[in-house]
Design a protein around this ligand. Structure first.
Ligand SMILES: C[S@@+](CC[C@H](N)C(=O)[O-])C[C@H]1O[C@@H](n2cnc3c(N)ncnc32)[C@H](O)[C@@H]1O
Length: 192
């Protein structure tokens, strides 16, 4: 069976030039509304890819941001955007499923984001559990994911949507769950 939260799966895709849905104005406005200003607090973007979201959190919202990704090519691409290294987010090549997370720059984060990543986690319950341990009390876990049923069955991208059971794994056990819909995507702001 193909496992999809591994470097063996993602590294060739990034290295050969595959790119993913770009952040746009409506999505940025939802992030800004639900996540709010950072005021220098730490944020972690899991599966940062080319780093667009991490840069938005860092430069526009004022979070002290770290972007992590399992793919060395993605991390290199993200870091290449920084004109002045040190002024932008920190970038790390980290496997959120298996790496020792004590090596991250901060022990805990006020904001953890995860855009178009949850669907690919092989063990979703374990993933959510690891995130919980990295979130400060009162923090926010911001997840953007496609959900099932938003595309025609014949659409080649039909399988990108998460199932109701996977939604339940993501959303259970939080004190508050806020959602906002954006065409095929659903955004979740989860609070411990
Ligand atoms: C569909 S891409 C989305 C990238 C980016 N978040 C965006 O919105 O453009 C999924 C990303 O998750 C990363 N990823 C997958 N499994 C991972 C893991 N176990 N640890 C860290 N990153 C992972 C991939 O390398 C890839 O960059």
């Amino acid at each position: 069976m193909t496992t999809t939260s591994t470097a063996a799966y993602w590294e060739p895709l990034w290295a050969e030039g595959r790119r993913y849905r770009q952040l746009d104005g409506p999505e940025n406005r939802l992030i800004d509304e639900f996540v709010g200003p950072g005021r220098g607090r730490p944020a972690l973007d899991i599966g940062c890819g080319d780093g667009t979201l991490a840069r938005h959190l860092h430069h526009e919202l004022g979070y002290r941001t770290t972007g992590i990704d399992i793919s060395p090519s993605a991390v290199a691409l993200a870091a290449a955007h920084d004109e002045d290294p040190g002024s932008g987010p920190a970038w790390r090549c980290v496997d959120i499923a298996t790496s020792d997370l004590t090596s991250l720059p901060e022990p805990a984060y006020a904001l953890i984001t995860c855009r178009l990543v949850y669907r690919w986690m092989d063990d979703k319950a374990a993933f959510v559990n690891r995130v919980r341990h990295l979130l400060v009390p009162g923090g926010t876990f911001w997840v953007v994911t496609e959900i099932a049923g938003r595309r025609e069955d014949t659409d080649p991208l039909h399988s990108l949507g998460i199932s109701p059971a996977e939604t339940e794994t993501l959303t259970s056990g939080w004190s508050t769950v806020q959602t906002a819909d954006l065409d095929v995507l659903r955004c979740y702001a989860l609070h411990p």
